[in-house]
Structures are given as C-alpha cells and as structure tokens.
Ligand binder design. Structure first.
Ligand SMILES: Cc1cc2nc3c(=O)[nH]c(=O)nc-3n(C[C@H](O)[C@H](O)[C@H](O)COP(=O)(O)OP(=O)(O)OC[C@H]3O[C@@H](n4cnc5c(N)ncnc54)[C@H](O)[C@@H]3O)c2cc1C
Length: 542
C-alpha cells in the first residue's frame, strides 16, 4: 500500500522555482508538500544574474540578510568586440523595486537558503529522493504517485553538502517506498525535462541552440571584483566572465563543433581556457559542466488542476540572465492565485490569468535571450565587424544609446490583460503607468523612521491612497490603515488617486480616490474577496 498524503498543493521539483513557490504557498496558510527526485537542493553551475524583482521576493521570504552578503550587488555588463574593444557598457537604471536592477549570485547558495527557509515552515512537508511517476486528474483533485528511494524524506543543502564532500546527486541507497499525494492543485516546477509536461502531453515549441558551452565556477580568485560581467564577443572563442564575492568567478566558453566536451572540461583544459583572463595557479575549480541551451516555450501553462512553472514552462539561453528570474515570477504569480482560489477568495478565472500574464512575457524573454546569443556567439568575420559598427554607432543617437546602455531592451513585465483593470476615468495620464507593473519599493517615512514600502503592505490585497503633501495611506483587506510620507516623491504623479495592489505587489488598477469602490468592483468578479475589502475596519496602525 502506498503511503498517502492529503494536501492543498503539491509542488513537484525543488529548484529555485519550486522552493520559492512552496515557501510562498506555505506562508499563505495552505498545507503544502514538495517532492524532489534528488536527495537535496541543487549544486550545479547555473544562474548567476538576479533581477531586482527576484531579490524583492527573496527579501519577502526573509533570506536577503544571508543571501545579500554572498552577492555582488548592483552590477552591469560590458561587451567587448573584435580586438578586445569595448562596444557597449550597459547597466540598469536607478533601483525602482528597492533592490538593484542586476546583481551576481550563486544559484546553489540561493537554493540552499530557500531550502533552509522551507524547513522552517511547519505546514510544508519536504520529500527528497522522491520522484513523481504517475499523475491522475479528477474533477476536484489530483493524485500524484511517487517513489521514494531510501529512508530520507528531508534533503540536505546541496551547496553546503558539496563543500563538505557529500554528493548532492548521489543515488540514495535503500528500499523503494510508494507514495501517493492527493492535492487540490499541483504546481509542476520539475525543470526543462519536466516529467509532468510530458505526462500531460503538453508540447514545447522552439529549438535547441547548436553551440555547446562549458561553464566553470572558480573559487579563491584574488583581487577585488569589478562590478560588471564581461562578454567577450571577439570573433574567436566567445566567452563570458562574471565576478562574484569572496573570490568566486564564473567563466563560460563556447565550444567548437570539433571539440569534445569531456576533454574540454579537464583541469588542464580549463586552465588553458582561463589563462588569457587570469593567473590560474591560485584558483580552485568548484564546479564545471558542459551545457546546450534551448529556446522553447510550453504550449500551455495549465491543464485542469496542474500548472507548469519555471523551466518546465520555458527554456532560454542564459545570455539575458532571465531563466531563473522568469521562474521566480512564475512561482509568485501561481502561488498567490492558488492560495486565493483554495481559500475561497477568488474563482478559477484568476488561475487562467496566470498563463495570460506569464506566458507572453516569458516568450519575449526567450526571444531576447536568443538575440543576445546571436550577438555574442557570432564568429563570422564580416558579420562581427558589422555588428561592432552597428552597436558602437548607437552612441550617436542619444535615445537609442540610452535604450542600450540603460538595458531597456530587457523589458520588465507590464500586464495589460490578466488580473488588471484599465484606469478608471479621471486618473492623470502619467499615473496610469503604474497599472500592470510591479509597485515601486521606495524608502518611506513613518513617525520619523525610514521604512521600506513593503514593510507597510499586509498579506493579501492592499490599497494605497496618494494624498496631497506626499502622504500615502495604506489600507489592507481588514480595513486597517497606516500613513507614510513618500520622501522621494515616487508617487507624486498619482496624487489624488488610489492604487489597488495585488498580493504579488503588482498594481491591479488605479482610480481617482473618490472612486475607489469602482476599482474594487472591476476586479471582484474574479477576486471575490474584494467585495468585502476593508469592511472589517479594525482601526489605524500608525
Ligand atoms: C550556465 C547557465 C547559466 C544560467 N544563468 C542564468 C542567469 O544568470 N539568470 C537566470 O535567471 N537564469 C540563468 N540560468 C537558468 C536557470 O538556471 C534556470 O532557469 C533555473 O534553474 C530553473 O529553475 P527551475 O526551478 O524552474 O528548474 P530546475 O532548477 O531545473 O529544477 C527542477 C527540479 O525538478 C526536479 N525533478 C525533475 N523531475 C522530477 C520528478 N519526476 N519528480 C520530482 N522532482 C523532479 C529536478 O531534479 C530539479 O531539482 C542559467 C542556466 C545555465 C545552465
């Protein structure tokens, strides 16, 4: 007989997407289980570039205090063309979301911290060395069959395990146990080769990159890191170098058709590849792997009660540094909607909005990653010369130059369909720009103390009324209010309006302050909880 577990949501896969989603779902009070086929969290040389939005989510989950010191914050990227000349120096604009636009990190460290956070959530059960093997869908639940190998149900921190000599991917010895999970909903975060996606027969459109790359993580690199990643588009062997803190450094090199991946990954070959960039006597190779990137997107993100998220839903080359970041957006976008529907605060139209919002943006990121890859990987002597001339030529057109150097080609999500509503008439034109975008996170002042905006947002929906004199009034679902001063005048253009903030910190709509009711009504067909927004009115918080 299979061991059975009954929960609200089953998360499949404990990569960054699955761990983030599981933590968020648990925080919303649901009973959650996570299954992962490996014995612990990951330890592969993968993502290295995090966006402000991802870091804001990590802040929300309470791991930024530990993650921050292990990151090189606020970085840019420098592109070198033929002859090693700088053709572009790019850097995101001033932080808008309360975290730098781009920072360098180490994926296994983030995964390890997310794993540790997950172990602290009482209503989140972790099952490692446990692979999903079969899925059955019913009208009001899903049954996922899984096999656990060995006795361990909780895993270990992959990053730390490898430092101590343990292999996070070692096959767990022991007998096999059959498990059965009965869940109201399933969130499949089981990566690019997603078992769930295949089991559900969901197609994956796109292609596989022809070029293979080798990726190497070094430790003990001496000197202070410069705050930018360098892309060497030299027409010979394209390479990417990304600094980190504490002597960490990432190298990525393109392999040529005739080169054998296994031979190129030996310590001798790595030393040769790295030698043009730094002294190789003093460094330690922490991880090295050969990979082939894909540029693909799933046909749909939902089949009945199962949602796909992260690499299970989209795969992109790493050149724009967006794969993990898109996965974190998915995790957030799926988690708050599942929580709302399971708690009876919304109907399933809200779940449909998950794909409506997330899929087009991910598709755009896949395309962008492919384009940047083309720029970086080209070795054709004529094309590379033209490329360098075109890129440097943008310097004479200021608007184009700002678009390039300010990394505006990396479009932030701006949802115009989904769980958003058009501005109610009477809202000033500039203020309408808030809708469908993530709410800024400036510093505010409350009773003389400086606080980050997110500290004033309650779980669930919130409204922010922008009052003359740079005052903001935050109100939560229960009707509690708190007033703060917008010291940097970030919301100045929205004076006299009220913004409706979703549980994922996106702005769902905006209305003149006198018409806040209309705003709530516009979305209450989906998010039924808005029908009673603020009704409890429990007083003022500050
Ligand atoms: C070299 C490289 C550089 C990159 N750089 C960046 C970057 O700078 N920025 C960025 O944003 N992204 C980057 N990425 C992409 C990023 O690493 C991925 O997008 C990210 O890991 C996806 O996370 P995920 O949780 O969706 O999937 P994964 O991390 O793949 O996790 C999926 C998990 O599901 C588990 N699983 C699979 N099948 C089952 C099953 N049947 N049962 C139970 N568990 C299962 C797997 O074991 C795995 O642990 C890079 C990738 C590479 C390779």
């Amino acid at each position: 007989m299979a061991q059975s577990h009954e929960i609200d949501v089953l998360v499949i896969g404990s990569g960054p997407t699955g761990l983030t989603a599981a933590n968020l779902l648990a925080d919303s009070g649901l009973q959650v289980a996570l299954i992962e086929k490996n014995p612990g969290s990951g330890d592969e040389p993968r993502a290295i570039s995090a966006t402000d939005e991802t870091l804001r989510v990590m802040q929300h989950l309470g791991i930024m205090d530990e993650l921050g010191p292990q990151m090189l914050m606020d970085t840019g990227a420098r592109y070198f063309g033929l002859g090693g000349k700088v053709i572009a120096d790019v850097r995101p604009g001033a932080p808008r979301l309360g975290q730098p636009g781009k920072s360098q990190f180490d994926q296994p460290i983030m995964e390890g911290l997310l794993y540790e956070a997950a172990t602290l959530r009482q209503n989140l059960d972790l099952h490692y060395a446990t692979a999903a093997t079969k899925i059955q869908q019913f009208s009001d639940h899903v049954i996922v069959h899984a096999t656990r190998t060995g006795e361990a149900t909780t895993g270990f921190n992959g990053s730390k395990a490898a430092d101590s000599g343990q292999d996070p991917y070692a096959v767990v010895e022991g007998q096999e146990t059959a498990l059965e999970f009965k869940a109201k909903w399933v969130l499949a975060c089981d990566g690019g080769r997603s078992f769930t996606r295949r089991e559900l027969g969901i197609g994956l459109q796109g292609s596989t990159q022809v070029e293979r790359w080798i990726v190497v993580d070094l430790l003990d690199v001496p000197g202070n890191p410069e705050p930018f990643a360098s892309f060497h588009c030299n027409g010979q062997r394209p390479a990417v170098v990304v600094p980190g803190v504490g002597g960490r450094r990432r190298y990525e090199f393109m392999l040529f058709d005739h080169e054998d991946g296994d031979a190129m990954i030996t310590p001798e070959s790595i030393t040769k590849l790295v030698a043009p960039f730094q002294n190789t006597d003093v460094v330690t190779v922490r991880r090295a792997a050969v990979y082939t990137a894909h540029q693909r997107i799933a046909d749909t993100y939902r089949k009945s009660r199962i949602l796909l998220a992260g690499d299970a839903a989209h795969l992109m080359p790493p050149f724009a540094g967006q794969g993990l970041n898109a996965g974190i957006r998915d995790a957030v976008g799926a988690a708050w909607r599942l929580a709302a529907v399971i708690k009876g605060e919304a109907n399933e139209m809200l779940i449909d909005d998950y794909e409506t919002e997330r899929r087009p943006h991910a598709a755009e990121m896949v395309k962008l990653s492919k384009r940047i890859g083309w720029v970086v990987m080209n070795t054709n002597p004529v094309i590379t010369r033209v490329r360098d001339a075109v890129v440097t030529g943008t310097r004479i057109i200021p608007a184009l130059n700002r678009w390039l150097t300010g990394m505006r080609f990396l479009k932030q999500p701006h949802y115009t369909t989904g769980t958003v509503t058009a501005p109610i008439s009477g809202v000033p034109h500039l203020a309408q720009n808030f809708v469908g975008r993530m709410l800024p996170q400036p510093d505010l002042e409350v009773n003389g103390a400086t606080v980050k905006l997110d500290e004033l947002l309650s779980a669930g929906w919130n409204t922010i009324e922008v009052v003359a004199g740079f005052q903001l009034v935050f109100t939560n679902q229960e009707g509690d209010s708190v007033r703060a001063k917008d010291i940097n005048r970030v919301f100045d253009t929205a004076t006299g309006t009220v913004l409706l903030i979703r549980p994922d910190y996106y702005v769902a709509g905006i209305a003149p302050a006198s018409q806040a009711d209309q705003l709530l009504k516009a979305l209450s067909a989906k998010a039924t909880v808005l029908r009673t927004f603020g009704v409890a009115k429990q007083g003022t918080r500050g």
